[in-house]
Design a protein around this ligand. Structure first.
Ligand SMILES: [Zn+2]
Length: 182
C-alpha cells in the first residue's frame, strides 16, 4: 500500500530559490516608469538644485556616482547607485567611473550595516528592459538590505504596505551617513 503523503502537494513550501520578496506597491513604479519613460531620466540630476535632489531622494552625488533611495523599495533602506553619466551598460564606463561606483557600493554596504544591522543584502543590476530594468537607458545597481524571515513575513500581509519605516525617516537616517553629498 502506498504511504499517505503527510503534506498535500499544493501546500508544499516553494523551493528556496523560488522565494521572492512580494512587494505589491511596486506595480505603481512599473506603471509610473512606463508612463514617464520619455520625460526625464531619474538618475541624471546634473541641473537639479538641492530641493529637487531631496525630492528625488538623492543621498549623495559626486563627480562620478549618485546614490538615491528607491521610492518603491523592496525593503527598508533599498538604495540605487548609478554612474553620473547616462550610460546603459557597465562596459561603457571608464575605468575611473567603474572604480568610483565600486567604491561607493562598498561604502554603501558599510553604511547600511551601521544604520540597519541587516542579516544580508541583495546587490545587482538589471541590464536592459528584457532583464527587468525599469530605467534601462541609465544603468544602476540595487542594494537591498535583507533580514532573516523577511520573505516569510511579507506575503502574509497581502495587499498592504509592510515596510516599517517611511521614506522620509529612511532618508533622515541615512543622509548623515552620506554627508559628502553635494
Ligand atoms: Zn540618465
Amino acid at each position: 500500500m502506498a504511504r499517505r503523503r503527510t503534506v498535500p502537494r499544493n501546500r508544499a513550501e516553494p523551493a528556496p530559490a523560488l522565494k521572492r520578496l512580494w512587494a505589491p506597491w511596486r506595480l505603481a513604479y512599473v506603471q509610473d516608469a512606463a508612463a514617464h519613460r520619455t520625460v526625464q531620466c531619474l538618475f541624471c540630476i546634473g541641473r537639479l538644485g538641492p530641493a529637487a535632489r531631496r525630492e528625488r531622494l538623492v543621498l549623495s552625488a559626486d563627480r562620478h556616482v549618485v546614490v538615491m533611495l528607491n521610492r518603491y523599495p523592496y525593503n527598508n533602506g533599498h538604495l540605487m547607485i548609478a554612474p553620473r553619466r547616462h550610460v546603459a551598460s557597465p562596459e561603457l564606463l571608464t575605468l575611473g567611473e567603474g572604480a568610483a561606483v565600486a567604491a561607493m557600493i562598498a561604502a554603501a554596504v558599510a553604511r547600511l550595516r551601521r544604520a540597519y544591522r541587516p542579516d544580508g543584502f541583495n546587490l545587482g543590476a538589471n541590464l536592459g528592459r528584457a532583464a527587468g530594468a525599469g530605467i534601462a537607458a541609465h544603468m544602476h545597481w540595487h542594494l537591498v538590505p535583507r533580514w532573516e524571515g523577511d520573505t516569510n513575513f511579507m506575503p502574509v500581509a497581502a495587499g498592504t504596505r509592510v515596510l516599517s519605516e517611511l521614506l522620509d525617516q529612511t532618508f533622515a537616517r541615512l543622509a548623515p551617513l552620506f554627508k559628502t553629498a553635494r
